[in-house]
Design a protein around this ligand. Structure first.
Ligand SMILES: [Zn+2]
Length: 138
């Protein structure tokens, strides 16, 4: 089935993330000065302002920080409503925005803050795979 949603255009700064995503790996930038992970990719560490950034393969695990049910959307997402967007607390630190999978958007009372999630990747094109997070049994 063709991918009908918007496809991000990878930039050089985030290239390790996109390369990892193609092979099912979650790559995150980490500062070698303070050893903290940050998301999204930046030239300068947002925690200590150092410029020494490396990339690590993350566990691909985290927990729901917060979520919202989306009842209106446009373009390729319009057919998906209602769906759930969420911020994920990454096990390595910092947060990532996602469309949450493995939940029932019509029963938001069943979605729990703090629930464990795992990353998964969906190929949007030959070059771009997109990270989504799925609730797993805790
Ligand atoms: Zn730092």
């Amino acid at each position: 089935m063709p991918y009908t949603k918007p496809i991000p255009e990878p930039d050089p700064l985030g290239q390790p993330f996109w390369e990892g995503a193609k092979s099912g790996k979650l790559m995150l930038p980490r500062c070698t000065s303070c050893n903290r992970v940050h998301w999204y990719p930046r030239h300068i560490c947002p925690h200590c302002h150092a410029r020494e950034i490396e990339w690590i393969e993350a566990s691909g695990e985290g927990r729901i920080h917060t979520f919202a049910v989306q009842h209106r959307a446009f373009g390729g997402w319009a057919d998906e409503t209602p769906f759930v967007t969420a911020y994920i607390d990454l096990n390595e630190g910092d947060r990532m925005f996602t469309v949450l999978r493995g939940v029932d958007a019509t029963k938001p009372e069943t979605i729990k803050i703090g629930a464990p999630v795992k990353v998964e990747f969906e190929a949007a094109s030959d070059d771009v795979s997109i990270a989504f997070w799925r609730v797993v049994e805790g």
